[in-house]
Design a protein around this ligand. Structure first.
Ligand code: C2E
Ligand code: MG
Ligand code: MG
Length: 271
């Protein structure tokens, strides 16, 4: 326990300077519309710690949140991701995760409007991913914030849908562009009839409301096959492509459509 606390304290201290030392960086995971179009990438934050090595976001983001560092880090993520996206073909979107602290800061919409303006990216190429935990507090203000972002032309996704509280009132009160079904339900899709029923129902619900569905954590061709058969709009996961460093995206866009298409063709043949 003491060792853990000490480690956490060490991480906390070095996290304060990680941003200025250039230790934070983004990877980008492809979002694929069946059968084979790359429609964008999700930016995923990593920390290259000089002694510990690469630390995943689930480990350090809660520390950054607790220490009040997440607004600054989040702003950097948004700007960096938008700048990267400008180097891609203009049809591709970039999805950025928002932490609760960023969302509740009160200055989110101004910050985002400033970044979009400074970087010069079209607003509809930016997609913001929020989780339901973000929406739990201050609901009226939250809806206002989401509506303002919507008016700016930014797309909003509800991430990790199906876990947490999954309150349907969010879906009634705000027109999300996309629901991302949590990988928890995708992992055992091939064998678990309950997961199949849940995923199918979420897709019906979303489509009935005019919302797109992305399946997260697609790892196998059988999962992809099932999701395509059920009209899932977008797939994300190791089967379609792992998170990539920014430098590898150009090659992925050039080379991967045939690769993805091949995998999808195999899927189609097996249907
Ligand atoms: P998320 O937004 O749901 O991102 C998807 C996570 O699933 C990523 O983990 C990704 O690498 C992983 N993943 C993708 N495909 C597969 C798959 O086929 N199988 C499995 N097992 N995993 C897959 P990662 O990068 O470790 O990120 C974890 C979480 O940290 C993210 O979940 C997101 O909530 C948060 N996060 C990441 N970057 C940021 C950021 O810039 N800001 C904020 N606030 N949160 C972030
Ligand atoms: Mg996400
Ligand atoms: Mg997710």
């Amino acid at each position: 326990m003491l060792l853990l606390l000490e480690q956490r304290e060490n991480l906390r201290r070095s996290l304060r300077t990680a941003l200025e030392r250039g230790e934070l960086y983004l990877e980008y995971q492809p979002l694929i519309r069946p059968p084979s179009s790359v429609i964008g990438f999700e930016a995923l934050l990593r920390w290259r710690h000089p002694e510990v090595g690469i630390i995943p976001p689930n480990v350090f983001i809660p520390i950054a949140e607790a220490d009040g560092l997440m607004e600054e880090i989040g702003r950097w993520v948004l700007e960096e991701a938008c700048r990267q996206a400008l180097t891609w073909p203009s049809s591709l979107t970039v999805a950025v995760n928002l932490s609760p602290a960023q969302f509740l800061s009160g200055s989110l919409t101004d910050t985002i409007a400033q970044i979009i303006d400074a970087v010069g990216i079209e607003a509809d190429r930016l997609e913001l991913e929020i989780t339901e935990t973000v929406l739990l507090e201050k609901t009226i203000d939250n809806i206002d914030t989401l509506n303002t972002l919507n008016v700016l032309g930014i797309r909003i996704s509800l991430d990790d849908f199906g876990t947490y509280y999954s309150s349907l009132s969010y879906l009634k009160n705000f027109p999300f562009d996309t629901l991302k079904i949590d990988q928890y339900f995708i992992a055992d899709l091939e064998t678990d009839l309950k997961s199949q029923t849940i995923v199918r129902s979420i897709m019906n619900l979303a489509h009935g409301l005019g919302i797109n569905v992305t399946a997260e954590g697609v790892e196998t061709s059988a999962q992809a096959r099932w999701l395509i058969k059920e009209n899932c709009d977008c797939l994300q996961g190791y089967f379609l492509g792992r998170p990539l460093p920014a430098e590898a995206i150009g090659d992925f866009i050039k080379r991967s459509p045939p690769r993805v298409a091949r995998a999808m063709q195999e899927s189609n043949r097996a249907l």
